[in-house]
Design a binder for this molecule. Structure first.
Ligand code: V47
Length: 361
């Protein structure tokens, strides 16, 4: 018998909101099956049996980055042998190639913070992509990238976001949130947006009518309390704006990062527990993503029983997580995603970056 879990179960089944103490108690428990059952119950209540996926291409414009975050294996200095920067033409060529698949309608654009590129370059690339491929849905630029644009342009967050939306940007990915705790950010990623800045970008986007994603990077130097506080910060934001469409937990992949020698990859146990606890704490966010790139497809399938209802997409061209040595494939076919979702007894729902359902199977 576990009193704390009994009380949490009673709250969950009667639709009551969980507290910080409940979140910590869930992490303290090793009754993974029961935590998973509770998360699955909430998933069914909030988002039903659809599992969302999209047919998408990742574009990482450059890996040159002034960030130098300790958890990142992708970003590097301009002088590094690994440094690359895509030209506008090569971006268009990549999209044209991927668009030979008529279902490929979603672009995901996340990049390093280049020390020399002007803000106008980013505006121009969005305008050009949208002009050349008007049917393509554009999800791009984390809150950290938007703050970088604010700094290099001298414009406000509202001006930058309005101009990017005008150019064709439709939604924003969830990266850059990491753990919204400034003491931790000073140690992990001192050169980028603070917690308040990341939140202000998301809040402003939501006020302008743009939905965004949110994420949590866990399994590095954070505590369980910091994970729960991060989830509560996002829950408060969502109470205020309602603009978060999906939440993603990124288990830290240490390979090739500055933390490689002192931190090991989280266990599958922690990954499934974190997925389930996220579903339980974020009672106002519709979608919880099992990002198969980090989890591998078999574990992402399992996560569908632990609160997840979004499996990302086919993900062509992903570089950030693969730089950190993830063992998953480079991309998956749409049919393998559909088969995985069906195997889990759920309904595959192909969607665009705004979760508009294109077709179900
Ligand atoms: O902010 C970087 C994470 C994010 C590592 O919104 C790492 O649907 C683990 O925003 N181990 C950027 N995580 C990627 C991003 C994204 C990716 C996929 C889907 C969506 C979405 C957004 O990647 C960073 C950071 O949290 N990250 N390095 C690493 N070594």
């Amino acid at each position: 018998m576990n009193n704390a879990l009994d009380m949490i179960e009673a709250k969950v089944l009667s639709g009551q909101r969980l507290t910080r103490e409940d979140g910590i108690a869930l992490y303290d428990s090793n009754d993974l099956a029961r935590i998973g059952y509770l998360a699955d119950t909430v998933r069914r209540r909030i988002s039903g049996d659809y599992v969302y996926y999209d047919v998408n291409l990742h574009i990482n414009l450059t890996n040159v980055c002034i960030g130098q975050c300790k958890f990142c294996a992708f970003g590097c200095k301009a002088t590094s042998d690994r440094a690359y920067s895509l030209t506008k033409q090569s971006v268009l060529d990549r999209i044209a190639k991927a668009a030979s698949d008529p279902d490929m309608k979603n672009l995901h654009i996340v990049s390093g913070l280049h020390p020399d590129w002007p803000y106008e370059y980013y505006l121009d690339i969005i305008k050009t992509i949208k002009h050349t491929f008007p049917d393509m849905h554009l999800k791009g630029f984390t809150g950290v990238e938007i703050m970088h644009f604010v700094k290099i342009s001298g414009k406000s967050i509202r001006e930058v976001l309005s101009e990017l939306m005008e150019a064709g940007l439709e939604t924003m990915p969830g990266g850059g949130a990491e753990i919204l705790d400034d003491d931790l950010r000073k140690k992990l990623c001192p050169n980028k947006a603070t917690s308040a800045e990341w939140l202000e970008v998301a809040r402003t986007a939501h006020k302008l009518g743009m939905k965004t994603n949110a994420s949590m990077l866990y399994g590095h130097i954070e505590t369980v309390e910091q994970r729960i506080d991060h989830l509560l910060t996002l829950r408060n934001l969502q109470d205020e704006t309602g603009g978060l469409q999906t939440f993603i937990c990124f288990p830290f992949e240490p390979k090739n990062t500055q933390l490689e020698s002192c931190i090991t990859r989280t266990s599958v146990w922690d990954d499934l527990k974190t997925m389930a606890i996220s579903r339980l704490m974020l009672d106002n966010v519709h979608n919880i993503k099992a990002y198969w790139v980090m989890l591998t497809l078999p574990i992402a399938m399992l996560a569908l029983g632990f609160g997840a209802n979004d499996i990302d997409g086919t993900v062509g061209g992903e570089k950030i997580m693969h730089a950190a040595g993830v063992s998953s494939q480079k991309s998956l076919t749409k049919n393998s995603l559909i088969a995985a979702i069906k195997e889990a007894g759920r309904i595959p729902a192909e969607c665009d970056c705004n979760f508009n359902v294109v077709r179900t199977f």
